[in-house]
Every structure is written in structure tokens, then in C-alpha cells.
Design a protein around this ligand. Structure first.
Ligand code: TYD
Ligand code: MG
Length: 455
């Protein structure tokens, strides 16, 4: 058989070369040349996104709307992040740290679906015995789920085309390789080519496809970012593998809202959905402690009460440390600068550590006021009342800006027995909309916030 010549494509500018090089000749970027199969070598499958025949140009009103066929997976929190169920022909990438529960969740999902639809679980990482042992631990033994242990993408696609599953899992995409390329599995080119073939198969056959992706130390999906562009939905597991609660966040979703959060508890019989997670992260100290406050964030479509903790400690370094877990550390630096400039409190000789309890990651700015109050409370060693909540965004000019859904956040806090709230003036409930049992203090400037903390 004639030797197939490989092409090397620059992942930055897209130029091609016949030899690998450390630096791209065209754009000058380093380490961007990736092995790719020449076009003619690839098996081309022609399809349209809806799997039907090729059509010409149409105007918007001519497009035939078919109701999206969604299948509920039977796991409520997963359906929630998917936007109401699994869409046929969609490709979903699930990323997360090792041991966070990707395989566990997909085994549970597939077992729940296998009663209604033909399902195929392809494992490239574990042996069939390991998968079956896990299923036994989860109490899922007598299910119709088909298993396949394989790593060659051409082989997988051929077998899948024969068995015609409606839902398929590839665990994980980093272990899959294509015969068209010579590089090792896990290499950027291999991941991209294998994923491309699987995505093509899923779209052509209308199979819903889950791809499991590993996460690097930096927290991004290993392999090319292009994987995120190729799929319809990207879900990330969040939380710590040592913690009880695990969260799944939709960071991209062509069939639903992004930033929706699904919450699960890891138990000895697998992942259990937590359908009302608003207060699970509260630790409720018996005595008020300095440096701790509760805030209400809104993740997706639900409010969530979380505890923000801060510790300010005298620094012996010329470059004091600013460490954040669960929040953006640039945001902390910015807020400390605002507090100095507009509140007159300098923390330049203090190490400041901030933590969000329970491994939650806060992506919105509504926790700004809570973060400042916690840092101030630790610095002054004065506890804040345990029945106090605060939310609001802080701007560089020292102003406190409103956050969306203020009323809903206040109501959630009142429901959980909180008595006081410090919130932006513009989030103040209108006259007559008072929330029972909640005394609200409205603030407009950082200086007012600092004064409140000093009282
Ligand atoms: P796993 O799903 O294999 O993680 P991933 O595929 O993301 O690497 O394993 C998740 C962890 O959860 C593993 O350390 C064992 C633990 N676990 C439980 O606590 N309870 C269970 O019922 C199962 C199946 C796993
Ligand atoms: Mg796994």
C-alpha cells in the first residue's frame, strides 16, 4: 500500500506544510503545527444538519420546523443543564477533573435510557469488567445497555453504524485514535480528527453523542479548543472530587440556556440529583465568626445561598498574597483597590485569602459586596451577624450597582430565615413589595458599606 503523506496544519493561521516544524513559516507562531490527514484520505460523508436530502437556498418562513425531538434522560439535573432533555443528533462534550464522576453520571444516564432506546457505551479507558463493576455498585446490572471496549474511531463508527444506537457515549475522546493519522492517541491532531469523524456520524445518523473530555491542570479541556466549537453543548463538572456535592455547568448550549447549573451529591450508590440546592452550602456557625458572610448568587435559573469566607493576615512579604478559591483573583485585587481608594481601608500589608464554601465557583459579580464585607470583617476581627446577607456589584468609581433578580434573591434569603440584607439602592423593593421578616439596608457607595461594617 502506498504510504500516505501527512499534512501539517498550523492551528493558528491555518497554513499547511508537508514537514513538521517547531515554528510556522507563515505566522511565526511556535508549536502550532499539527498533523492532519489530507482531505482526499478522509472518508467523506455528506449530510445536512437534519439528516435529510440536500436542499437549496430557502427564506426563513419556508424552513420546515419540526418539533425538536427531545428525550428526557430521567436524571432531572442533567435534563436541566441540557435545556430540557437530550436532542437527537446533538453532540455533548462533558469535561471535568479525574474522579469527579463523569463515567459514573454517564453510566447512570445510559442505564436509565437503555430501557427505552438502544444505547451504546464505548470505553477506551476502562475494561468492560471495570464498567460492569461500576454498574453493579450503582445497582444497575440487569440493563440492556450495550458496551464496547475500543479505541479506533473507524472501528467504532463501523460497529455503531451496524448496531444503530440512538444514544452513544465515548469515554474518553483522548483515548480514541484515527487510522488516518500516525501520531499517538491524545495528540491534538488525533483528538480533533477522531472527534470530527464521530460528530459527522452523529449528525448523519441522528444519534445523540456524549464525548467525555479530560481537563488539564490549567482547567481547560485537554486537546484543542476547537473541540468546543465542533460540538453543540459543552458541560463542565465543577467542585472538588473530595467534596460531597458536584456541579455541572453548561458553558455552551445550542439547545438551551448557558450557565445553567445542575447539582448532584456523590453517594455510595452514585450521583443523586439535588433538586433544591439553594441552602446546601450553608455551614451555619453557632457563634458569629469574623470573615464570614452569606451572599445570594444566581446560577442559571435558580438563586443559591453561599458562604464567602475571607482571612486577612499580616504579611511578612514585600508582595502580599491574594489567593481566591471559587472567585476570580483579579476581581479581589480590584475590590481591595476600590476599598482603599473609596473606603480608606488599606490592606497592602496583609495577605488576603478568600474562599467560597463547598467548592462552588462564582461567575457573577453579585458577590462583590459580600467579598468586601468578609475581608473587612476579618481585617477588623469583628464578626458580622449570622442572619445577614449581602449582594451587589462594585464599580471602580466606588459605586454599588444593582444585580439582576434582586427581589427573587431577597425572597430566597427570607425563606431561609435571614433577617438583614445589605443591598444596592437600585435593588430596593418598590413601595408595597416589602419582604416579610427582612430588614433591608440600601447602599450606594463603598464608603457607606465600610461605615456599616464599622458599626
Ligand atoms: P468516575 O465516575 O470514574 O470519575 P471520572 O470518570 O470523572 O474520572 O469516579 C468518580 C469517583 O466517585 C470515584 O473516585 C469513586 C467515587 N464513587 C462514589 O463515591 N460512589 C459511587 O457509587 C461510584 C460509582 C463512584
Ligand atoms: Mg472515567
Amino acid at each position: 500500500m502506498a504510504k500516505v503523506r501527512m499534512l501539517y496544519v498550523c492551528s493558528c493561521c491555518g497554513s499547511t506544510q508537508s514537514k513538521w516544524a517547531g515554528q510556522c513559516n507563515d505566522c511565526g507562531e511556535w508549536n502550532t503545527m499539527i498533523e492532519t490527514a489530507p482531505q482526499s484520505e478522509r472518508k467523506r460523508v455528506s449530510f445536512t444538519p437534519d439528516g435529510g436530502a440536500e436542499v437549496g437556498i430557502q427564506s426563513l418562513h419556508q424552513v420546515r420546523l419540526e418539533t425538536e425531538t427531545r428525550t428526557r434522560t430521567g436524571i432531572g439535573e442533567l435534563d436541566r443543564v441540557l435545556g430540557g432533555g437530550l436532542v437527537h443528533g446533538s453532540v455533548i462534550l462533558i469535561g471535568g477533573d479525574p474522579g469527579i464522576g463523569k463515567s459514573t453520571l454517564l453510566t447512570q444516564t445510559m442505564a436509565a435510557l437503555a430501557d427505552r432506546l438502544p444505547c451504546l457505551y464505548v470505553t477506551g479507558e476502562e475494561s468492560l469488567q471495570q464498567v460492569s463493576l461500576r454498574a453493579r455498585r450503582l445497582g444497575l446490572t440487569d440493563h440492556q445497555l450495550s458496551l464496547l471496549s475500543a479505541t479506533c474511531v473507524e472501528h467504532i463508527v463501523t460497529l455503531a453504524a451496524r448496531q444503530q444506537p440512538r444514544v452513544m457515549v465515548i469515554d474518553s475522546i483522548q483515548t480514541i485514535y484515527s487510522e488516518a493519522l500516525t501520531s499517538a492517541p491524545g495528540a491534538v491532531g488525533q483528538v480533533r480528527e477522531s472527534a470530527a469523524q464521530l460528530v459527522r456520524y452523529a449528525k448523519a445518523s441522528g444519534t445523540a453523542l456524549f464525548l467525555v473530555g479530560h481537563v488539564t491542570k490549567e482547567g481547560t479541556l485537554a486537546g484543542p479548543r476547537v473541540l468546543e466549537h465542533m460540538v453543540d453543548t459543552v458541560l463542565y463538572f465543577e467542585g472538588d472530587s473530595g467534596e460531597r456535592y458536584r456541579m455541572i455547568r453548561a458553558v455552551k448550549n445550542r439547545f438551551g440556556a448557558v450557565n445553567e447549573l445542575g447539582v448532584f451529591a456523590m453517594t455510595d450508590v452514585g450521583l443523586k440529583p439535588v433538586s433544591n440546592p439553594s441552602a446546601i452550602f450553608l455551614s451555619r456557625h453557632d457563634e458569629p465568626v469574623p470573615g464570614s458572610i452569606i451572599t445570594v448568587i444566581r446560577e442559571g435559573s435558580r438563586p443559591l445561598l453561599i458562604e464567602v469566607q475571607a482571612l486577612a493576615d499580616e504579611s511578612h512579604s514585600s508582595n502580599p498574597r491574594r489567593i481566591c478559591l471559587g472567585l476570580d483573583s483579579n476581581r479581589l485585587n480590584m475590590l481591595l483597590a476600590v476599598m482603599h481608594r473609596h473606603g480608606g481601608i488599606a490592606l497592602y500589608d496583609q495577605d488576603v485569602f478568600v474562599n467560597v464554601v463547598g467548592g462552588v465557583r462564582v461567575t457573577e459579580t453579585g458577590a462583590d459586596t459580600a467579598l468586601l464585607l468578609a475581608a473587612l470583617s476579618s481585617f477588623k476581627n469583628r464578626p458580622l451577624p449570622t442572619d445577614l446577607i449581602s449582594f451587589g456589584e462594585i464599580g471602580l468609581a466606588g459605586e454599588i450597582r444593582p444585580v439582576p433578580n434582586g427581589q427573587e434573591r431577597l425572597r430566597e434569603a427570607a425563606k431561609h430565615g435571614f433577617k438583614h440584607a445589605i443591598i444596592p439602592k437600585a435593588n430596593m423593593p418598590k413601595h408595597g413589595d416589602n419582604i416579610d421578616g427582612l430588614t433591608i439596608t440600601a447602599v450606594q457607595r463603598v464608603s457607606e458599606l465600610v461605615e456599616l461594617a464599622n458599626q
